[in-house]
Design a protein. Structure first.
Length: 172
């Protein structure tokens, strides 16, 4: 395996078993590739959060998308300097775009200390969504990566947009 470049990539449909297998593969590849335990844990944790978010929102969108085999994508890459980048994408209901965009913008506006406090507030609030989360995913990804989240929404049809997220993780 190369010491830089693509660690793993996937484009296709999502199932619980497939997501679980991808998590196992990435964990094994990171064990071979990354010497720093803290970086390995950070990259793995962020990737798991991203894949969980994709999976939890996949079901509602799969029914509205005529391209069921081409619904999600992600790429985990490592640069020559040891930094990581996770690119992910999935279709989502256009009705949910404004709320997610607002959440990402609000998260990106916070400092690391403010992210920690916001995380605690949301965690202590205890309100779970119908998907089982408390809205911590985006906050947790930004907090752990230490970087602003890069994102885009591309109009697909009257019901769907394609959401892409880029997370950069420093090896230092």
């Amino acid at each position: 395996m190369q010491s830089d470049g693509i660690v793993m990539s996937y484009k296709g449909a999502a199932t619980g078993g497939l997501i679980s297998s991808m998590v196992d593969i990435v964990q094994n590849r990171l064990a071979d590739l990354e010497p720093k335990l803290t970086v390995k844990k950070k990259v793995f944790s962020i990737l798991v959060e991203i894949l969980q978010n994709i999976y939890h929102h996949f079901e509602e969108v799969a029914m509205a998308n005529e391209k069921e085999d081409d619904v999600i994508m992600f790429v985990l890459a490592r640069s020559e300097t040891g930094n990581y980048c996770i690119n992910s994408g999935n279709y989502m209901s256009r009705a949910h775009v404004p709320a997610l965009q607002r959440r990402i913008e609000e998260t990106n506006a916070l400092s690391q200390d403010e992210l920690k406090e916001k995380y605690r507030q949301v965690l202590n609030n205890g309100n779970l969504s119908n998907k089982g989360g408390a809205g911590l995913g985006i906050i947790d990804i930004a907090r752990k990566s230490g970087n602003k989240l890069e994102y885009n929404f591309n109009h697909y049809n009257d019901n769907l947009s394609f959401f892409s997220l880029t997370v950069r993780i420093s090896a230092s």
